[in-house]
Design a protein around this ligand. Structure first.
Ligand SMILES: [Zn+2]
Length: 326
């Protein structure tokens, strides 16, 4: 089914941005005063939390891997578009495909950590989290020869139940994070946390710059506008309208994320997954790559570090203030 966006989104984009009707670049250069962050979580289709109840991690090696090929396609796409991105690499993947990680870095992209085992942080002990996060950081640093200072939790699982993870990230030498989604969701989110980059003071007196996942106001509600499944499910015009709205017409940097498997409609199907998980994972895989190309044309993107450098953090919070957020 070909879903057309509501007419108000079309007219809204046109009126807000002075867009062209010929499909060429739709944002005016004058409005792009900041650089947005383009991010990829480097993991395979069988790592996702939605399949966690039907695939045991001990069985991961039995599934045909597609992460190398899909990541190469993203690298080619970014090269065509002339942009650099941030790749949050799962330690499990880096151990098995070290050449891929070296190649990402050699092409000038930023390497950050996506942890090691892709388990939800609030299901882990603090010691397990510390051990495997240190291990994954070391794996990446040994491969690329430079410090890895950025982190993203599996399934955005830094929530009010796992804010202690920020203390550990600070102790391990991470200086920025992109794990907190300011929405209500069944698996993640601190709904009323800040929606623009901000600084978190940890209990160990470290400072972590948090880049929250993009949300936009729609009918009075905060809705995700950051990428992934939302980007595949929404009509492209709605995604673009929401991202433009969230970024206040590109005057506030926002962050976009995608997984390599999201541009791979031919990936093996996972038997036994719930209808809801199948919907989340498989919707519009065949449309995603073309939409990503359009997005790269419509907004200015770079790495997280470059994006953060284009702005001043909105506020500074102690961790305790995040746990008080309602
Ligand atoms: Zn992930």
């Amino acid at each position: 089914m070909n879903i057309e966006p509501p007419s108000e989104f079309r007219s809204g984009i046109s009126a807000d941005n002075g867009t062209n009707t010929d499909g060429t670049k739709t944002m005016s250069a004058a409005s792009s005063t900041v650089t947005h962050a383009m991010t990829i979580d480097v993991e395979d289709y069988y790592h996702v939390a939605a399949f966690g109840n039907v695939i045991d991690p001990s069985d991961w090696p039995k599934w045909p891997s597609r992460v190398e090929n899909n990541t190469q396609r993203l690298l080619a796409l970014f090269d065509d578009s002339g942009i650099k991105a941030t790749f949050f690499v799962l330690g499990w993947v880096a151990e098995r495909y070290p050449e891929l990680i070296k190649e990402i870095a050699s092409q000038g992209h930023e390497i950050a950590s996506h942890g090691y085992s892709h388990q939800l942080i609030y299901t882990q002990s603090q010691q397990t989290f510390r051990d495997e996060t240190a291990k994954s950081k070391q794996i990446l640093e040994d491969l690329i020869g430079t410090a890895v200072t950025g982190y993203r939790a599996a399934s955005y699982s830094i929530t009010q139940q796992s804010l202690w993870a920020l203390d550990i990230l600070g102790e391990l030498g991470f200086t920025w994070d992109s794990s907190i989604f300011p929405v209500h969701h069944d698996r993640y989110g601190i709904a009323s946390s800040p929606k623009k980059p901000y600084i978190i003071n940890t209990h160990g007196n470290h400072q972590i710059t948090e880049f929250p996942l993009t949300t936009a106001k729609l009918f009075g509600q905060s809705v995700p506008a950051a990428g992934g499944g939302y980007f595949r499910q929404y009509p492209y015009a709605l995604s673009r309208w929401l991202f433009d709205r969230a970024s206040e017409h590109s005057t506030v940097p926002q962050i976009f994320y995608l997984h390599p498997w999201e541009i791979d409609p031919d990936q093996p199907r996972i038997p036994g997954a719930s209808a809801f998980s199948r919907f989340r994972h498989y919707t519009n895989l065949g449309r995603c790559e073309a939409r990503l190309k359009q997005l790269l044309n419509d907004f200015d993107f770079s790495t997280v570090s470059n994006s953060l450098a284009s702005t001043t953090p909105a506020t500074t919070l102690d961790i305790g203030q995040l746990s008080n957020e309602r």
